[in-house]
Design a protein around this ligand. Structure first.
Ligand code: ZN
Length: 367
């Protein structure tokens, strides 16, 4: 084989590995966390497997370079599709900030955004994708308006407080920006819905006296709910995390980086969740939260926000759960492979050219 063909082949193989294979190989090291089959069998429960991602932050038309958008979204797409193929989850949760500019693009750009999101994060038939709303989708509390909320809920069916029941597990999705309890119309609606869900859960708990036909028909039996939202519940900083990967420990502000203490206590009291999941900080954290349950903060799914992104794989049954963090392909790995191959190939080209010149000169000297 001619040396130029060899160099071309190596460059092509490197490209194929980095752009088509690496994400898949990296994720193939992850596995579903195990539940005790004895417990599930004894209690006649079903197992539900969920992939939980957060902060995909798809860039819009205003911020960021088109190449940055194209390249990073390509790898989010590769990773997500690899996860769907390898793990075949029952459901996917996205914990807010699906978009980076959702709170200031016009309607037409928002429609494009939605199409792009569905294209990049398409799920196999029968696998629902349930999204919580984030501050970059509809704005923080001061900016959030009916206009933003309406268009998000039109496409994602969720912009307030909702309860989804899947295989006996109750997932309560919360709009964190509406949790200020300051009397605003969105906060009042969210509080009303939270109280309604709390009443439904109480009703399910006391089935003999429960008269809520809707709760009995849709949500069937009681199990402690699972909290899903964009903001983590109140914590002072990631210093309280039992596991975390944030490079710096910063103090969190109530209602900006985390929920307020008051809202955290209210949710804990009304829902009595058994585990909580959140996003927003862009870094992974496992902690015991203010109302005493395990809380997982999911890192950003995008290379733009996290050099070593990750997502969670969680197995649930009505009475138990287990969670594992799955590390995605670090962007530095791809850059290192490209740099090493480029250096190697450049060295080989220089060596070949020098050799050619040297041979020519020797031949000239002889004749
Ligand atoms: Zn956010």
């Amino acid at each position: 084989m001619h040396w130029r063909t060899k160099i071309g082949c190596i460059a092509l193989l490197t490209f194929l590995y980095c752009e088509f294979l690496a994400d898949f190989i990296q994720l193939s090291f992850c596995n579903w966390p195990k539940l005790s089959h004895k417990i599930i069998k004894n209690r006649n429960e079903e197992e539900l497997r969920a992939v939980i991602v957060a902060d995909t932050h798809l860039l819009g038309p205003i911020r960021g370079h088109w190449l940055d958008r194209l390249y990073r979204e390509w790898h989010m797409h590769r990773s997500f599709q690899a996860a769907m193929r390898l793990f075949q989850p029952d459901v996917v949760f996205v914990l807010g900030d699906l978009f980076d500019e959702g709170d200031f693009v016009n309607n037409s750009d928002f429609e494009h955004y939605v199409q792009r999101f569905h294209r990049l994060f398409s799920t196999p038939a029968g696998v629902p994708i349930i999204s919580a709303v984030g501050n970059h989708d509809i704005g923080f509390h001061y900016k959030m308006g009916g206009y933003f909320i309406k268009r998000f809920s039109k496409h994602f069916n969720s912009s307030g407080v909702e309860m989804y029941t899947i295989k006996g597990n109750h997932f309560v999705m919360i709009n964190s920006m509406a949790m200020l309890n300051d009397g605003c119309s969105f906060c009042n609606t969210a509080l009303r819905d939270l109280n309604k869900i709390s009443a439904q859960l109480t009703c399910l708990k006391n089935r003999e006296t429960c008269t809520d036909i809707h709760a009995l028909k849709v949500h069937k039996t009681y199990s402690r709910p699972i909290l899903m939202q964009h903001f983590p519940t109140y914590r002072k900083s990631d210093a309280v995390c039992r596991e975390h990967d944030a490079p710096n420990i910063e103090l969190f502000r109530e209602n900006w980086e985390v929920l307020s203490k008051e809202s955290t206590d209210l949710i804990g009291r009304l829902l009595l969740p058994r585990v909580a999941f959140a996003g927003h900080s862009h870094h992974y954290c496992f902690s015991i939260n203010r109302f005493g349950v395990e809380e997982y903060t999911v890192a950003s799914f995008s290379w733009r926000n996290k050099v070593e992104p990750s997502f969670l794989m969680a197995s649930f049954s009505a009475s138990t759960y287990s969670v594992l963090k799955c590390n995605m392909l670090p962007q530095q790995h791809v850059y290192n492979i490209y740099m090493a191959t480029a250096t190697l190939l450049l060295g080989a080209i220089i060596w070949k050219l020098c050799k050619k010149i040297l041979v020519k000169r020797i031949k000239k000297g002889i004749t």
